[in-house]
Design a protein around this ligand. Structure first.
Ligand SMILES: [Fe+2]
Length: 401
């Protein structure tokens, strides 16, 4: 057996880093596949569609590739009356269309965008999340962008939805949350300028019904948020742009362990002043599993990014920042509780044994108590998934290896 790479394993050659070759190689075709081989039987009463979004560059990158770069590509598995159909399709953002018209990649990526592009913004390729909302699907971009409305069955991009965003940043966060009972969609936006954050609600009819500024102590690079039935939980993490590097035209992030990680709890339609902040131990946090209310307490279950440690046990800020930037995950299942009456903040590691991230759960329960979460086991040194795990969100018990 030969170890030589075939063209589909490395469509852009080997000069753009490790995340475009082998099993990371992008797909070039948009497919509709039916009559696929089935092991066992598809339940005839299972009807619906599973959607996934992710970066999949259409053209050769202009420089070193980061796994956050790349055009958004949607993948769908549709179950209907015992039959299964697979589809995949690019998200057709304005920037992706510019590339398509030019027949080449016009934009720089996150590793070299500012200096090399002479202030040309990176492409908003809506490649990060996809969630059902108002009978359609909605895609997002990790740096905060314009959400795009997608037909969840055909995966056609219906249109951009600039009316969903507002304010200084005029964009929607990588991750947003939909209350499936009311149809409300909650999101945030963030930017280097004051007040650094905004919070918004789009209703089931696609109308932006609430948008308020949220004042943070400085530039912050949060990634996710949570909701309960009555509140939204916004993040202030001790991670931000290195100011000198940013001025010099480079992307470099700082992890500052002398700052707290703070979570702000705001009523769903609350004004800027109604947010209550709770202090926790310093950490970064990529993904929230779910949040809910228990009496006076707001509970947030998340994957806490574990700061790297030096030999003397103190936090290694530089290594932590590098790990976050390179998506080298070291995360544990964590429970945060915030008492809205007393102001008490408590945190607890639910399971120290498993490096778990990219959580999923029953989205019909968004904002309500959820017993089970589903995770991937993360490789400790590379952006690689090595297993799937089901965990009890009360006890942290792992029930599947
Ligand atoms: Fe994410």
């Amino acid at each position: 057996m030969s170890n030589a790479l075939v063209e589909s394993d490395a469509p852009f050659g080997l000069n753009h880093g490790p995340h475009l070759t082998g099993s990371y190689a992008p797909m070039s075709d948009e497919l509709v596949l039916t009559d696929l081989p089935v092991e066992g039987e598809i339940p005839s009463d299972l009807n619906g569609v599973y959607l996934r979004n992710g970066p999949n560059p259409r053209f050769e990158p202009k420089g070193s590739y980061h796994i956050f770069d790349g055009d958004g590509m949607l993948h769908a598995g549709q179950f209907r009356n015992g039959e299964f159909t697979y589809r995949n399709k690019y998200v057709q953002t304005a920037d992706a269309m510019k590339n398509l018209d030019a027949g080449e990649e016009l934009f720089w990526g996150v590793r070299n965008s500012v200096k090399d592009s002479k202030d040309q913004p990176m492409a908003d390729v809506s490649n990060t999340d996809v969630i059902g909302h108002g009978g359609k699907a909605l895609t997002s971009w990790y740096l905060a962008g314009i959400p795009h409305i997608i037909d969840p069955i055909t995966l056609e991009t219906v249109r951009a939805a600039p009316e969903y965003v507002s304010g200084f940043g005029n964009a929607m966060s990588a991750h947003f949350k939909v209350d499936e009972d009311t149809g409300d969609l909650m999101y945030f936006d963030y930017y280097t300028q004051k007040p650094h954050m905004s919070y918004g609600v789009v209703n089931a009819q696609g109308k932006l019904v609430h948008h308020v500024p949220i004042e943070l102590p400085g530039d912050r690079l949060m990634h996710d948020m949570g909701i309960t039935r009555n509140y939204s939980i916004l993040h202030d993490v001790p991670v931000y742009h290195d100011e000198a590097a940013l001025e010099a035209g480079r992307h470099k992030i700082v992890f500052n362990a002398s700052l707290k990680t703070r979570f702000g709890v705001i009523p769903r339609f609350g004004d800027s002043e109604s947010i209550k902040w709770f202090d926790f131990s310093p950490c970064f946090l990529y993904h929230v599993i779910n949040c809910w209310e228990e009496g006076d307490e707001v509970i947030q279950i998340a994957c806490r990014y574990m700061p790297a440690k030096k030999a003397d046990g103190s936090i290694d800020e530089e290594r932590t920042a590098k790990m976050i930037g390179n998506l080298v995950m070291d995360a544990r299942l964590w429970r945060y509780s915030m008492n809205m009456k007393t102001g008490e903040a408590k945190e607890q590691c639910l399971n120290p044994d498993f490096n778990v991230e990219f959580p999923s759960y029953n989205s019909a329960l968004t904002g309500s108590y959820t017993k089970w979460g589903y995770f991937v086991d993360h490789h400790p040194e590379d952006f690689r998934w090595v297993g799937v795990r089901k965990m009890n969100l009360d006890t942290g018990e792992s029930v599947g290896d």
